[in-house]
Design a protein around this ligand. Structure first.
Ligand SMILES: [Zn+2]
Length: 312
């Protein structure tokens, strides 16, 4: 999940309430959303992650508990071990991902992004996943092409209400198809994880704030990198601040641990005593779009493995 500064207050208010209702539950993340609707939402600890961006730092780790995280890793290892090539051996792969864009307009036509914006969004995905973001960026081997665009007039859907219902009614393609629903909500984006596809294929994909597309009105977040970030979850990446200052962290060795999400682009931030500066330029942090430049080699490998295990 990602959320913008400008949307913080409203979200913090919402989340504050949500946090109250879930006090004392062992798994707050799933108290608010369908357990399968994991992605950013679950990962963000049902929103403490976002509340943290509003100034309540300290709550934003562990939407997925360490136990859940370990179980997911074990399951993935098991699947990959049974595949040709064996245990976590997946090398770089070249996967071409069909993208279905669902434009959810309200009754007044709000949210009606242009075909040009959608085309630019696909170009941003290809640039970011192709290593074109800046120095140190890795070509992940994933490319994206627009497989279809559909447009709906439904104010409730536009507002991301009944999301499980509207997703199941509109989703297209198989496990390998990236469905992007463009809506107007309190977040920049929410994603599902690949390991949840088999149990909930109908809602698989990412929901993205429509003003975050290139040329949109989401100040600091309108270069299309929200879709890059959410697609990263969809391909099996955690936030770089997952797990905080622990060696487990985000299950990726070459993204230094960080205590919490980053806001803006604070060069030199170093929030953990573990080696390395915070990866503020990584697409899986919360930095501004213009601050994002890279996926790492380790993230690229993880996405390849997750693709082999759950989406290929
Ligand atoms: Zn996220």
């Amino acid at each position: 999940m990602r959320i913008s500064d400008t949307l913080r207050l409203a979200a913090a208010a919402t989340l504050g309430a949500a946090t109250l209702t879930i006090t004392g539950l062992a798994a707050p993340a799933s108290a608010q959303v369908p357990a399968s609707d994991s992605g950013c939402l679950q990962q963000g600890a049902a929103d403490p992650a976002d509340a943290a961006r509003g100034g309540r730092a300290g709550l934003d780790h562990r939407g997925i508990s360490l136990e859940q995280q370990r179980a997911i890793e074990k399951r993935t290892d098991r699947i990959l071990a049974n595949q040709k090539g064996g245990h976590r051996a997946a090398a770089a792969l070249a996967a071409s991902v069909p993208v279905y864009v669902h434009v959810m307009r309200d009754a007044n036509g709000n949210g009606d992004v242009t075909a040009s914006q959608i085309s630019q969004q696909i170009a941003v995905l290809n640039n970011s996943y192709g290593g074109g973001g800046g120095s140190g960026a890795v070509d992940t081997g994933f490319t994206f092409y627009l497989a279809g665009t559909d447009r709906y007039n439904n104010t409730q859907w536009h507002q991301d209400l009944q999301s499980a219902s509207y997703r199941s009614q509109t989703r297209l393609g198989g496990a390998n198809a990236l469905n992007i629903w463009l809506v107007d909500f309190s977040y920049l984006g929410i994603a599902t994880f690949p390991w949840d596809y088999s149990s909930n294929p109908d809602i698989d994909g990412i929901r993205v704030q429509y003003t975050s597309l290139p040329g949109g009105s989401a100040t600091n977040y309108n270069y299309g990198e929200t879709a890059t970030h959410e697609a990263g979850h969809w391909l099996g990446l955690y936030h770089t601040f997952q797990g905080g200052c622990t060696s487990t962290n985000d299950e990726v060795a070459d993204t230094p641990a960080q205590a919490s999400s980053t806001s803006g682009c604070p060069e030199g931030r170093d929030s953990c005593s573990l080696p390395g500066l915070d990866p503020i330029h990584n697409y899986m942090d919360y930095s501004y779009d213009t601050c994002y430049t890279m996926f790492t080699s380790g993230q690229s490998s993880r996405m390849s493995q997750m693709w082999s295990a759950y989406r290929a």
